[in-house]
Design a protein around this ligand. Sequence first.
Ligand SMILES: Cc1cc2nc3c(=O)[nH]c(=O)nc-3n(C[C@H](O)[C@H](O)[C@H](O)COP(=O)(O)OP(=O)(O)OC[C@H]3O[C@@H](n4cnc5c(N)ncnc54)[C@H](O)[C@@H]3O)c2cc1C
Length: 463
Amino acid sequence: MRTAFESTAIVQLQARLRGDVICPGDAGYERARRVWNGRINRYPALIVYCADPEDVLTTIDFARRVGLPITVRGGGHSMVGFSVGNGALVIDLSRLKGIQIDPQTGIARVQAGLTLGEFVHAAQVYGLATTTGTVAGTGLGGLTLGGGIGWLMGNYGLTIDSLLAVDLVTADGQRLSADATEHPDLFWGLRGGGGNFGVATAFAFQLHPVDRVLAGKISYPLSQAREVLRFYRDFTQAAPDELTAYVDLTTTSHGIPVITISLCYAGPFATGERLVAPLRTFGSPLLDLVHPRPYLQTISSDAGDPDGHHYYEQALSLPELNDDIIDLVADASAARTSHYSQVLIQHVHGAVRRVSSTATAFALREVPYVMNIVAEWNADDADEAERHMAWVRALQTALLPFTLKGVYTNFLGDEGQEQVRASYGVNYERLVALKNTYDPGNIFHFDQNIQPTRGVNHTRAVP
Ligand SMILES: Cc1cc2nc3c(=O)[nH]c(=O)nc-3n(C[C@H](O)[C@H](O)[C@H](O)COP(=O)(O)OP(=O)(O)OC[C@H]3O[C@@H](n4cnc5c(N)ncnc54)[C@H](O)[C@@H]3O)c2cc1C
């Protein structure tokens, strides 16, 4: 039950906005509080659908005055649900969908509420693209601020390596534009430092000519996991920049346990076909869907990870795929507790690794393989959640001796401050200095939080 004071404050907030305020009890609240991961079940105090950057500024000002913790939601795809908190105010950006592309310069100016699918679709109209993630519903905002790995990373690096500028609303209500010449330090921090420095309302990206690519997936029986993983290791070690390949171990929608190599080759088709040929002759593929296609088709609608299913993930950084790792992954995949669960390995290479670890806030440039161990189950199976999560933890624990320190922050869960520090790695102290300047009160802390060392810290635990 709201007090009269609270009701009046909310009415006054609504009057200052072009967007909409949703409160508990309102029609639409149940839907509005939900995020992609159905396991996240939180009850924000307010959800503000901002219609423009002014709404963002007004909402931050309101939250600070009434003392509400703030969360920021782009596409709602944070695995641990950083974009919603019990009793918090959600700044929802999903109505900020503006997009302008100059086909002459290849520069895209886009608002922060776009999903990857919307962004890639608009750019592909001009035969342009840059690196994004691979699942359409993922938010462009969260993905970009954390780094962004995807099919084009060998050629063009991380998403942030094609980022030219960011428009930001800061904790103290300033609207800034950061790029290589204006606020260059902030621009450095926004390329990998996540949502720590403010709310990004728009980005500018340099796009690249990308039209048709050779892409798709080849699946083998899961019983051949060891052989396929060894093959994948050699295949990726020899891969040129144009070829990015992932491997995942899961079950098809028809109930067949498989190991699948998915790939995208963005270069001359004849060369690509030659590179892919060994995949076709190796083992006994159950399915071969690799063929030339528009790049847009490589962005999957949900990659088998639908909205509302329950998810739990641990991610790891691997320096190599040695035989011990391969054995552990193969055995654990055969022993999954849910047929939806999967192990995914992404090869990070090419242009990503040619940028220095200190050139942007994204420190983990040297990590060649990123592994996601993901338990997935549906709501009906909620009683079994602990068993599914234990499967993830068991494999993670077994693999720990083989891992590098730190994890790509967009795949990091809520493992605590030590792991956050390790993941910002060599850049952590510089990020703290930036946080002290732009958010000394730690208004923006529902993220992989860089904790300021001066100012009154407003961090408030949200259950
Ligand atoms: C199915 C799935 C597939 C994925 N695939 C990939 C992939 O291929 N490559 C990859 O690199 N990552 C991938 N990710 C990880 C993804 O990049 C992160 O989960 C990212 O945070 C999602 O962004 P979002 O806007 O949807 O997140 P949200 O949950 O909306 O936000 C998460 C956090 O990001 C910050 N944030 C988001 N938008 C803004 C903004 N405009 N301003 C300030 N802070 C903001 C906030 O701190 C917020 O708490 C995937 C995740 C999922 C669930």
